[in-house]
Design a protein around this ligand. Sequence first.
Ligand code: TUI
Length: 310
Amino acid sequence: MNKICKLLNIKYPLIQGGMANIATHQLAAAVSNAGGLGLIGAGGNDEEWVREEIRKCKALTDKPFGVNIMLMSPHAPKIAQVVIEEKVAVVTTGAGNPNPYIPAWKEAGIIVIPVVPSVALAKRVEGAGADAVVVEGTEAGGHIGELTTLALVPQVADAVNIPVIAAGGIADKRGVLAVFALGASGVQVGTLMLTSEECPIHDNYKNKIIDARDTDTIVTGRNTGAPVRVLKNLMAREYLKMSNNGASLEELEQLTLGSLRKAVVEGDLDKGSFMAGQISGLIKKVRPVKEIIEDLFIDIEEYKNNLSIL
Ligand code: TUI
Protein backbone atom coordinates (compact mmCIF):
# COMPACT_ATOMS: atom_id res chain seq x y z
CA MET A 1 0.00 0.00 0.00
CA ASN A 2 1.16 3.54 -0.76
CA LYS A 3 2.91 5.19 2.24
CA ILE A 4 0.87 8.40 2.08
CA CYS A 5 -2.44 6.53 1.83
CA LYS A 6 -1.44 4.54 4.91
CA LEU A 7 -0.17 7.56 6.88
CA LEU A 8 -3.28 9.64 6.17
CA ASN A 9 -5.85 6.84 5.91
CA ILE A 10 -7.01 7.96 2.45
CA LYS A 11 -7.75 6.19 -0.85
CA TYR A 12 -5.56 8.19 -3.28
CA PRO A 13 -2.11 9.68 -2.41
CA LEU A 14 -3.29 13.22 -3.09
CA ILE A 15 -3.38 16.33 -0.92
CA GLN A 16 -5.23 19.45 -1.98
CA GLY A 17 -3.20 22.67 -1.73
CA GLY A 18 -4.06 24.79 1.32
CA MET A 19 -4.77 27.86 -0.79
CA ALA A 20 -5.40 31.07 1.18
CA ASN A 21 -8.96 32.43 0.80
CA ILE A 22 -9.79 29.59 -1.61
CA ALA A 23 -9.45 26.32 0.28
CA THR A 24 -12.55 26.63 2.48
CA HIS A 25 -14.50 23.80 4.14
CA GLN A 26 -16.53 23.21 0.94
CA LEU A 27 -13.45 22.37 -1.14
CA ALA A 28 -11.73 20.46 1.68
CA ALA A 29 -14.79 18.27 2.29
CA ALA A 30 -15.23 17.59 -1.44
CA VAL A 31 -11.60 16.44 -1.79
CA SER A 32 -11.75 14.26 1.33
CA ASN A 33 -15.06 12.73 0.24
CA ALA A 34 -13.49 11.91 -3.14
CA GLY A 35 -10.65 9.95 -1.49
CA GLY A 36 -7.88 12.57 -1.22
CA LEU A 37 -6.90 14.75 1.75
CA GLY A 38 -8.79 18.04 1.75
CA LEU A 39 -7.26 21.04 3.48
CA ILE A 40 -8.72 24.20 4.94
CA GLY A 41 -6.31 27.02 4.10
CA ALA A 42 -6.07 29.38 7.08
CA GLY A 43 -4.36 32.07 4.96
CA GLY A 44 -4.58 35.45 6.69
CA ASN A 45 -7.79 34.60 8.60
CA ASP A 46 -8.00 34.53 12.40
CA GLU A 47 -8.32 31.52 14.69
CA GLU A 48 -12.11 31.80 15.14
CA TRP A 49 -12.62 31.71 11.37
CA VAL A 50 -10.47 28.58 11.24
CA ARG A 51 -12.39 26.97 14.12
CA GLU A 52 -15.71 27.56 12.34
CA GLU A 53 -14.34 26.18 9.06
CA ILE A 54 -13.14 23.02 10.86
CA ARG A 55 -16.57 22.50 12.39
CA LYS A 56 -18.33 23.07 9.05
CA CYS A 57 -15.98 20.62 7.35
CA LYS A 58 -16.67 17.96 9.99
CA ALA A 59 -20.37 18.37 9.23
CA LEU A 60 -19.76 17.61 5.53
CA THR A 61 -17.35 14.67 5.78
CA ASP A 62 -16.45 11.82 8.10
CA LYS A 63 -13.16 11.35 6.21
CA PRO A 64 -9.83 12.77 7.43
CA PHE A 65 -9.00 16.35 6.45
CA GLY A 66 -6.38 18.90 7.47
CA VAL A 67 -5.62 22.57 8.03
CA ASN A 68 -2.85 24.50 6.27
CA ILE A 69 -1.32 27.21 8.44
CA MET A 70 0.35 30.09 6.59
CA LEU A 71 3.17 30.88 8.99
CA MET A 72 3.66 34.50 7.87
CA SER A 73 0.19 35.27 9.26
CA PRO A 74 0.07 37.11 12.63
CA HIS A 75 -2.71 34.67 13.60
CA ALA A 76 -0.52 31.56 13.15
CA PRO A 77 0.30 31.04 16.89
CA LYS A 78 -3.39 31.01 17.87
CA ILE A 79 -4.39 28.84 14.91
CA ALA A 80 -1.66 26.38 15.97
CA GLN A 81 -3.60 25.99 19.23
CA VAL A 82 -7.05 25.77 17.62
CA VAL A 83 -6.07 22.77 15.48
CA ILE A 84 -5.19 20.96 18.72
CA GLU A 85 -8.43 21.97 20.47
CA GLU A 86 -10.53 20.91 17.46
CA LYS A 87 -8.63 17.62 17.07
CA VAL A 88 -7.70 18.11 13.43
CA ALA A 89 -6.12 14.98 11.89
CA VAL A 90 -3.42 16.67 9.78
CA VAL A 91 -1.61 20.01 9.76
CA THR A 92 0.40 21.30 6.83
CA THR A 93 2.35 24.56 7.00
CA GLY A 94 3.67 27.03 4.46
CA ALA A 95 5.69 30.23 4.13
CA GLY A 96 7.95 29.63 7.14
CA ASN A 97 9.64 27.25 9.55
CA PRO A 98 7.06 25.32 11.65
CA ASN A 99 9.54 23.74 14.08
CA PRO A 100 8.48 25.67 17.22
CA TYR A 101 4.97 24.23 16.91
CA ILE A 102 5.80 20.61 16.05
CA PRO A 103 6.25 19.20 19.59
CA ALA A 104 2.78 20.37 20.71
CA TRP A 105 1.15 19.03 17.54
CA LYS A 106 2.84 15.65 17.88
CA GLU A 107 1.85 15.54 21.57
CA ALA A 108 -1.78 16.01 20.43
CA GLY A 109 -1.47 13.13 17.91
CA ILE A 110 -1.63 15.39 14.83
CA ILE A 111 0.11 14.31 11.61
CA VAL A 112 2.47 17.14 10.63
CA ILE A 113 3.43 17.79 7.00
CA PRO A 114 5.36 21.04 6.39
CA VAL A 115 5.66 22.45 2.88
CA VAL A 116 9.36 23.02 2.16
CA PRO A 117 11.21 24.74 -0.69
CA SER A 118 14.68 23.32 0.04
CA VAL A 119 16.70 20.31 1.23
CA ALA A 120 17.88 22.28 4.28
CA LEU A 121 14.36 22.96 5.56
CA ALA A 122 13.26 19.39 4.77
CA LYS A 123 16.06 18.06 7.00
CA ARG A 124 15.28 20.56 9.76
CA VAL A 125 11.58 19.64 9.90
CA GLU A 126 12.41 15.93 9.79
CA GLY A 127 14.68 16.47 12.80
CA ALA A 128 11.86 18.27 14.61
CA GLY A 129 9.49 15.32 14.12
CA ALA A 130 7.57 15.99 10.89
CA ASP A 131 5.76 12.90 9.52
CA ALA A 132 6.24 13.77 5.83
CA VAL A 133 7.10 16.82 3.71
CA VAL A 134 5.43 18.51 0.79
CA VAL A 135 8.24 19.50 -1.57
CA GLU A 136 6.99 22.43 -3.61
CA GLY A 137 8.68 23.54 -6.82
CA THR A 138 8.72 27.09 -8.14
CA GLU A 139 6.19 26.10 -10.83
CA ALA A 140 3.52 26.32 -8.13
CA GLY A 141 1.15 29.23 -7.64
CA GLY A 142 1.23 31.67 -4.74
CA HIS A 143 4.26 32.07 -2.49
CA ILE A 144 7.14 30.02 -3.90
CA GLY A 145 10.77 29.02 -3.50
CA GLU A 146 13.56 29.07 -6.09
CA LEU A 147 13.93 25.45 -7.21
CA THR A 148 11.91 23.49 -9.74
CA THR A 149 9.96 20.37 -8.85
CA LEU A 150 12.20 18.33 -11.19
CA ALA A 151 15.39 19.40 -9.41
CA LEU A 152 14.11 19.58 -5.83
CA VAL A 153 12.06 16.39 -5.38
CA PRO A 154 14.89 13.85 -5.93
CA GLN A 155 17.31 15.87 -3.80
CA VAL A 156 14.89 15.97 -0.87
CA ALA A 157 13.93 12.31 -1.41
CA ASP A 158 17.61 11.38 -1.00
CA ALA A 159 18.14 13.67 2.00
CA VAL A 160 15.31 12.56 4.29
CA ASN A 161 13.78 9.29 5.50
CA ILE A 162 10.20 10.54 5.78
CA PRO A 163 7.82 10.31 2.79
CA VAL A 164 7.91 13.06 0.18
CA ILE A 165 4.82 14.58 -1.43
CA ALA A 166 5.55 16.60 -4.57
CA ALA A 167 3.84 19.87 -5.49
CA GLY A 168 4.17 22.38 -8.29
CA GLY A 169 3.34 21.66 -11.92
CA ILE A 170 1.15 18.57 -11.52
CA ALA A 171 -2.21 18.44 -13.28
CA ASP A 172 -2.43 15.06 -15.03
CA LYS A 173 -1.20 11.45 -14.92
CA ARG A 174 2.08 12.37 -16.58
CA GLY A 175 2.87 14.77 -13.74
CA VAL A 176 1.97 12.16 -11.12
CA LEU A 177 4.15 9.50 -12.76
CA ALA A 178 7.03 11.96 -13.18
CA VAL A 179 7.18 12.90 -9.50
CA PHE A 180 6.82 9.26 -8.40
CA ALA A 181 9.80 8.50 -10.65
CA LEU A 182 11.69 11.28 -8.81
CA GLY A 183 11.05 9.66 -5.42
CA ALA A 184 7.74 11.13 -4.29
CA SER A 185 5.04 8.96 -2.69
CA GLY A 186 2.23 11.44 -3.16
CA VAL A 187 1.18 14.64 -4.89
CA GLN A 188 -0.25 17.95 -3.76
CA VAL A 189 -2.35 19.82 -6.30
CA GLY A 190 -3.48 23.41 -5.99
CA THR A 191 -4.18 25.02 -9.36
CA LEU A 192 -5.99 21.90 -10.57
CA MET A 193 -8.38 22.01 -7.59
CA LEU A 194 -8.97 25.73 -8.12
CA THR A 195 -10.75 24.76 -11.33
CA SER A 196 -13.02 22.19 -9.68
CA GLU A 197 -16.79 22.69 -9.65
CA GLU A 198 -16.81 22.58 -5.86
CA CYS A 199 -14.14 25.29 -5.44
CA PRO A 200 -16.09 28.26 -4.03
CA ILE A 201 -14.46 31.09 -5.97
CA HIS A 202 -15.64 33.54 -8.62
CA ASP A 203 -16.08 32.03 -12.10
CA ASN A 204 -13.75 34.70 -13.52
CA TYR A 205 -10.90 33.14 -11.51
CA LYS A 206 -11.59 29.62 -12.82
CA ASN A 207 -11.99 30.91 -16.38
CA LYS A 208 -8.76 32.87 -16.18
CA ILE A 209 -6.94 29.59 -15.45
CA ILE A 210 -8.85 27.70 -18.16
CA ASP A 211 -7.94 30.43 -20.68
CA ALA A 212 -4.29 30.74 -19.59
CA ARG A 213 -1.41 29.81 -21.85
CA ASP A 214 1.91 28.30 -20.70
CA THR A 215 3.56 31.73 -20.46
CA ASP A 216 0.73 33.53 -18.66
CA THR A 217 2.07 33.43 -15.09
CA ILE A 218 4.56 35.87 -13.61
CA VAL A 219 6.39 36.11 -10.27
CA THR A 220 5.86 39.27 -8.23
CA GLY A 221 7.94 40.19 -5.20
CA ARG A 222 11.17 38.38 -6.12
CA ASN A 223 13.21 41.35 -4.92
CA THR A 224 11.38 41.72 -1.57
CA GLY A 225 11.79 38.19 -0.31
CA ALA A 226 8.15 37.16 -0.82
CA PRO A 227 7.93 35.83 -4.38
CA VAL A 228 4.34 35.10 -5.41
CA ARG A 229 3.31 33.50 -8.72
CA VAL A 230 0.12 34.96 -10.24
CA LEU A 231 -1.58 35.11 -13.61
CA LYS A 232 -0.54 38.20 -15.56
CA ASN A 233 -2.88 41.19 -15.33
CA LEU A 234 -2.92 44.91 -14.48
CA MET A 235 -2.55 44.18 -10.74
CA ALA A 236 0.58 42.08 -11.28
CA ARG A 237 2.18 44.88 -13.30
CA GLU A 238 1.25 47.47 -10.61
CA TYR A 239 2.73 45.25 -7.91
CA LEU A 240 5.98 44.88 -9.80
CA LYS A 241 6.14 48.65 -10.20
CA MET A 242 5.54 49.19 -6.45
CA SER A 243 8.16 46.66 -5.38
CA ASN A 244 10.67 48.11 -7.84
CA ASN A 245 9.99 51.49 -6.24
CA GLY A 246 10.90 50.16 -2.79
CA ALA A 247 7.54 49.41 -1.12
CA SER A 248 7.96 47.55 2.19
CA LEU A 249 7.38 43.80 2.56
CA GLU A 250 4.42 44.53 4.84
CA GLU A 251 2.81 46.91 2.37
CA LEU A 252 3.21 44.36 -0.39
CA GLU A 253 1.85 41.52 1.72
CA GLN A 254 -1.24 43.61 2.52
CA LEU A 255 -1.63 44.42 -1.14
CA THR A 256 -1.31 40.75 -2.12
CA LEU A 257 -3.75 39.30 0.39
CA GLY A 258 -6.26 42.14 -0.18
CA SER A 259 -6.14 41.70 -3.90
CA LEU A 260 -6.34 37.90 -3.62
CA ARG A 261 -9.71 38.47 -1.94
CA LYS A 262 -10.72 40.75 -4.85
CA ALA A 263 -9.92 37.93 -7.28
CA VAL A 264 -11.67 35.22 -5.27
CA VAL A 265 -14.81 37.07 -4.20
CA GLU A 266 -15.39 39.74 -6.85
CA GLY A 267 -13.58 38.18 -9.79
CA ASP A 268 -12.00 41.61 -10.39
CA LEU A 269 -9.87 40.91 -13.47
CA ASP A 270 -7.86 44.16 -13.18
CA LYS A 271 -7.35 44.60 -9.43
CA GLY A 272 -7.40 40.97 -8.34
CA SER A 273 -4.33 38.85 -7.61
CA PHE A 274 -4.97 35.53 -9.37
CA MET A 275 -2.48 33.16 -7.76
CA ALA A 276 -1.95 30.11 -9.97
CA GLY A 277 0.81 27.76 -11.09
CA GLN A 278 2.64 27.36 -14.39
CA ILE A 279 0.53 24.29 -15.16
CA SER A 280 -2.55 26.54 -15.69
CA GLY A 281 -2.01 26.22 -19.44
CA LEU A 282 -2.66 22.46 -19.28
CA ILE A 283 -6.06 22.75 -17.59
CA LYS A 284 -8.89 22.93 -20.11
CA LYS A 285 -12.15 22.56 -18.22
CA VAL A 286 -13.95 22.86 -14.91
CA ARG A 287 -14.80 19.41 -13.56
CA PRO A 288 -16.14 17.87 -10.32
CA VAL A 289 -13.44 17.07 -7.73
CA LYS A 290 -14.17 13.34 -7.91
CA GLU A 291 -13.64 13.27 -11.68
CA ILE A 292 -10.39 15.27 -11.36
CA ILE A 293 -8.94 12.91 -8.75
CA GLU A 294 -10.03 9.71 -10.47
CA ASP A 295 -8.58 10.95 -13.75
CA LEU A 296 -5.17 11.30 -12.04
CA PHE A 297 -5.04 7.80 -10.58
CA ILE A 298 -7.38 5.34 -12.30
CA ASP A 299 -5.44 3.08 -14.71
CA ILE A 300 -2.16 4.85 -13.82
CA GLU A 301 -0.32 1.51 -13.55
CA GLU A 302 -1.29 0.69 -17.11
CA TYR A 303 -0.25 4.18 -18.19
CA LYS A 304 3.13 3.62 -16.51
CA ASN A 305 3.63 0.25 -18.17
CA ASN A 306 3.06 1.82 -21.57
CA LEU A 307 5.99 4.23 -21.13
CA SER A 308 8.66 3.24 -23.55
CA ILE A 309 12.20 4.41 -22.88
CA LEU A 310 14.81 2.55 -24.84
O1 TUI B 1 2.92 28.98 1.30
C1 TUI B 1 2.82 28.63 0.15
N1 TUI B 1 2.07 29.29 -0.75
C2 TUI B 1 1.34 30.45 -0.48
S1 TUI B 1 1.19 31.22 1.01
C3 TUI B 1 0.26 32.43 0.32
S2 TUI B 1 -0.37 33.79 1.21
C4 TUI B 1 0.90 34.94 1.04
N2 TUI B 1 0.64 36.06 0.39
C5 TUI B 1 1.58 36.98 0.23
C6 TUI B 1 2.84 36.81 0.70
C7 TUI B 1 3.15 35.65 1.31
C8 TUI B 1 2.17 34.68 1.49
C9 TUI B 1 0.09 32.18 -1.00
N3 TUI B 1 0.70 31.07 -1.42
N4 TUI B 1 3.48 27.53 -0.30
C10 TUI B 1 4.37 26.79 0.54
C11 TUI B 1 5.70 27.42 0.57
N5 TUI B 1 6.39 27.56 1.65
N6 TUI B 1 6.34 27.97 -0.46
C12 TUI B 1 7.54 28.43 0.01
C13 TUI B 1 7.55 28.17 1.35
C14 TUI B 1 8.56 28.42 2.33
C15 TUI B 1 9.43 29.48 2.22
C16 TUI B 1 10.39 29.69 3.20
C17 TUI B 1 8.61 27.59 3.43
C18 TUI B 1 9.54 27.81 4.40
C19 TUI B 1 10.43 28.84 4.29
O2 TUI B 1 11.32 28.92 5.30
C20 TUI B 1 11.96 30.11 5.61
C21 TUI B 1 12.60 29.88 6.94
O3 TUI B 1 12.18 30.55 7.88
O4 TUI B 1 13.45 28.98 7.03
